[in-house]
Design a binder for this molecule. Sequence first.
Ligand SMILES: Nc1ncnc2c1ncn2[C@@H]1O[C@H](COP(=O)(O)OP(=O)(O)OP(=O)(O)O)[C@@H](O)[C@H]1O
Ligand SMILES: [Mg+2]
Length: 307
Amino acid sequence: MLIGAGVALVVALGALWTFREEREDCNEKWINFSKYGLKYDLETKLYGQHVAAQVILKTVTGFMNNENPKKPLVLSFHGSTGTGKTFASQLIAKNIYKKKTISSFVHLFSVTAHFPHKEKIDTYKTQLQEWIRGNVSNCPRSMFIFDEMDKMHPGLIDIIKPYLDFSDNLDRVLYKKAIFIFLSDAGGVKINEVTMKFWRDGREREEIQLKDIEKELSQSVFNNEDSGLRHTSLIDKKLVDFFVPFLPLEYKHFIQCGLAEMARQGLPPDNSAIKRLADELTFFPKEERVFSDQGCKLIANKLPFFI
Ligand SMILES: Nc1ncnc2c1ncn2[C@@H]1O[C@H](COP(=O)(O)OP(=O)(O)OP(=O)(O)O)[C@@H](O)[C@H]1O
Ligand SMILES: [Mg+2]
């Protein structure tokens, strides 16, 4: 009896040992960029964003293949809600870190959730500084994603700036290997206007190039009274490497998102259910119903009611 219990204990301990989670370290075993993985994901999973996909692939590949970059990679994603900004940042993380988005080297910072009180700004400044410094010292190949960047207090943006600037004397060696991604809706209206103009002129969406949007985008983001980014010198000092536009999604992309979501939820594909869901939502221009007002955002939650 006693021997039986002893054997059981040894077996249980053995099983625990086997299933014990391996520690994630800051080395090639855990951080291994796959250019082809990223290319495949951007081409097959991110719908309707040919401009963003191209910029992301080029810049991330160039940066990750460079063992000695001059400065950190800083990308600013812009576009209206549900167009795939957060999703694209997850695809990048997925192809760099073995543990994908749950890697301890991927840090998501949500401005409104983490630092909600304006009056505590000084405490927040210290916390943010320590947070960045601590994480980068732990692993230089860290990724920081700042959501709702346009709502960030200018004082806090000032705190981040030195980390983005290669001319600064901070422990540069550490910071220049990190990736910073800013997400915001700022400039979304402008991007939608440009996309709609192409459509009205009867031109292909795929004809839109970064240069058709980039200048107007950076001007509208930084001259817009409502945008927190306006008061910062992120642009003057050329700290952002690229402004990446996310175009408004068309009806057909909405259907693609719906099918992908069904597959994710383990459901058989059903076009008619997604079309019924689309009927409930708003598209613009109102008459022609070409572009989705909420991108693909509401699909996951609403889908169960339409099947
Ligand atoms: N272009 C896209 N291609 C494929 N799926 C998409 C795309 N855009 C959005 N989705 C789907 O919709 C979900 C919500 O999109 P996401 O969170 O990336 O939007 P967002 O641009 O970050 O919006 P917000 O500004 O509201 O944060 C994603 O998880 C993804 O499933
Ligand atoms: Mg988002």
